[in-house]
Design a protein around this ligand. Sequence first.
Ligand SMILES: Cc1cc2nc3c(=O)[nH]c(=O)nc-3n(C[C@H](O)[C@H](O)[C@H](O)COP(=O)(O)OP(=O)(O)OC[C@H]3O[C@@H](n4cnc5c(N)ncnc54)[C@H](O)[C@@H]3O)c2cc1C
Length: 383
Amino acid sequence: MVEGRLSEEHESLRKTVEEFAREVVAPAAAAHDEAKTFPYEIIAQMGEMGLFGLPFPESYGGQGADYFALCLAIEELARADSSVAITLEAGVGLGAMPIYRFGTEAQREEWLPVLASGRALGAFGLTEPGAGSDAGGTRTTARLEGGEWVINGSKAFITNSGTDITRVVTVTAVTGEPVNGRPQISSIIVPVPTPGFSAGAPYSKVGWHASDTRPLSFQDVRVPEANLLGEPGRGYANFLSILDEGRIAISALSVGLAQACVDESVKYAKEREAFGAPIARNQAIAFKLAEMETRTFVARTAYYEAAWRMLAGLPFKKEAAMAKLFSSEAAVTNAREATQIHGGYGFMNEYPVARHWRDSKILEIGEGTSEVQKMLIARHLGV
Ligand SMILES: Cc1cc2nc3c(=O)[nH]c(=O)nc-3n(C[C@H](O)[C@H](O)[C@H](O)COP(=O)(O)OP(=O)(O)OC[C@H]3O[C@@H](n4cnc5c(N)ncnc54)[C@H](O)[C@@H]3O)c2cc1C
């Protein structure tokens, strides 16, 4: 099914990442989850494989592939460990991509080769303690003073922002008085370290234990005027367009988790016996499996279509929002059903489905909640 739809290059990449995820990522997942440690050794190997450079041209140290290739890699990694998958998604889609899309030649040359190598990570600082879904409510400010931006404020829940290899955070900040009632928000590149910038202690999270998520603080952080990313006042709009693409990648991640729940549950339901027969013989269980597989198939088809439209240069925002909405909810449902099929063992951390269950909920929240996706889809319907 999948193979019929993919080019030779895409299928070869998918297979390579599937094997890597099975042989390297999966065996380490439970230990990193339990200890809440960032998987540096795995990220380094992914860097060597070129995964952090997939959608960027070779001239910037990338692989010259495309965004769909990135999504396929994310899906395969999420079948083994969502924390590893989100580290790639955020590192490439949110950390490096804004610099590639909106950066000057000098900014691209400075940052993309090191980010594409995976030896350094970039982060995307949009959300604030008081501005999440309504990210236009940014309170962080940046004022020009003597050829430098002086940044003050804070950000919340920023992925990849405090690892030992984090080298850059791109932030949105208010840079002027509102025009026609609209806040003037720009995005600015902050190298790490810069005096006055600090990443707080990692949050204690329900899931994604091996992914780095922290609050950020900016106190009179000074960076050169040339660190403005894109046009002044366009920062919020530019970040929103990055999120449109990011939703396809989060959809791919959701599909990977949903597929892992199917795979684990089929295996378990065939082995586990109750009342003298494998539990899979009960239609109640077999139907759950059939529904889980169907949800995964439809979710995958949705993100393939959204990615195809994006690469073909067609409008894709509605399709990306629908793919994200459907697949994140499919992942949460599959994780809940997988836990149910595993009975009491599904509540034990030694079974991967317990981790998938904890890792799934954020998919309905990050990069736009399900409600935000519905708002976007409804807007496309003209309501
Ligand atoms: C683990 C993790 C990693 C993250 N990584 C990043 C990152 O790297 N960079 C970054 O910038 N952000 C990141 N985020 C932030 C994430 O994008 C936000 O949490 C998300 O957008 C929701 O914002 P909020 O938490 O402020 O919720 P709120 O916006 O306060 O929403 C609360 C609830 O109200 C609902 N709601 C809000 N407005 C409406 C409305 N108009 N109509 C209907 N319902 C509404 C929401 O859907 C939600 O259910 C991350 C979050 C987490 C938890």
